[in-house]
Write a protein of this length. Structure first.
Length: 334
């Protein structure tokens, strides 16, 4: 019996296949797709997406989206995965996919053995992507869409090489996490044990969300962003930007609304932290001589306690300078 033979054997004139992609990775959204295939006109080559090459999946993606009676691709974010857990986030993506179909199916055939509680009657089918053409088609759409999204994330976060491992826990991915920490698109619930073993805390997501918001804030104000998370032996700098003849070294602080805070964000940057930032700035200027005037800013991001979204940004220019208080006499580069 072929995959299409199975679908025809159901005797249901209009039903959708549903499958997901990306439950296992450490980063990125989990994707789901719902597809209503015309059963009287087969698309050759449809199969479980895991059995197909990337080139074949891309070709079938174009065929399926062109010839399906209806399809929808949906996702649930890393934040939703952390908040709901991966199973419930996957179900959420599936419900969004079925709900987004332009044609309402009478029935849904879902890959796996867990019921996602869809808006239409459904049946679970273990190894459905190797049994049903409709589920296999959904698996291809979900897989291709997620891989494309990871390539886009690779452009936004090139330090993680998402285009290579697609967010999965490869040796290279863990090496990048060791070097750069987590990004806002990492699933901190998946990494809690990993960071705990390293002696780090999952407040990293809050810090990374603040850094991402600060980077957008600077770009919107005409700054050219040169570096994110610059690190060297002497220290590290969250953001380095250029504008109006200044080379701006930014320390980013993030806190939830209502958390206790100092009177000014700059006060959170202790003299010891200032020394590390200045040492890193000197190293950067030696590596990238530009003649620009250095400046040290602090940017504070205020986050919503409900969902971690950024509520406001406050920038303090010239928050500190290399002087006798922070050991600036050592830094002849200034």
């Amino acid at each position: 019996m072929t995959l299409y033979d199975y679908d025809r054997s159901l005797g249901i004139p209009c039903f959708c296949g549903v499958d997901e992609a990306g439950r296992g990775p450490l980063a990125g959204d989990v994707y789901a797709a719902a597809v209503i295939l015309p059963l009287d006109a087969e698309i050759p080559g449809i199969n479980d997406s895991k059995k197909l090459t990337e080139k074949k999946r891309e070709a079938l993606f174009a065929e399926i989206t062109a010839r399906a009676e209806s399809f929808c691709i949906a996702s649930a974010s890393a934040e939703e995965i952390d908040r709901l857990n991966i199973l419930q986030a996957t179900f959420l993506a599936m419900r969004r996919a079925v709900g987004g179909l332009g044609k309402r199916p009478a029935f849904a055939l879902v890959d796996g053995n867990r019921n996602p509680q869809l808006s239409v009657p459904s049946r679970c089918l273990v190894k459905g992507d190797a049994t049903s053409a409709s589920i296999a088609a959904a698996s291809i759409l979900a897989k291709v869409a997620r891989d494309r999204s990871m390539r886009e994330l690779a452009e936004a976060y090139p330090q993680y090489a998402f285009e290579k491992h697609k967010g999965y826990g490869t040796k290279e991915h863990y090496a990048r996490l060791d070097e750069y920490g987590a990004s806002p698109v990492h699933r901190m619930s998946f990494l809690k044990k990993y960071f705990a073993e390293k002696g780090e805390t999952p407040s990293l997501r809050r810090g990374q969300a603040g850094e991402e918001a600060a980077a957008r804030y600077l770009s919107e104000r005409g700054c050219r962003l040169l570096e994110r998370n610059y690190r060297c032996m002497g220290g590290e700098i969250d953001l380095i930007a250029q504008r109006d003849g200044f080379l701006i070294f930014c320390e980013v602080k993030a806190r939830k609304l209502g958390d206790p805070q100092l009177s000014r964000p700059a006060e959170a940057v202790t003299p010891q932290k200032q020394r590390r930032i200045i040492r890193a700035a000197v190293q950067y200027m030696q590596e990238h001589p530009s003649g620009l005037q250095p400046r040290f800013d602090v940017i504070e991001a205020i986050l919503s306690p409900a969902d971690g979204s950024v509520l406001s940004i406050e920038q303090t220019p010239d928050a500190f300078a290399p002087d006798e208080r922070n050991g600036g006499r050592e830094y002849a580069a200034f």
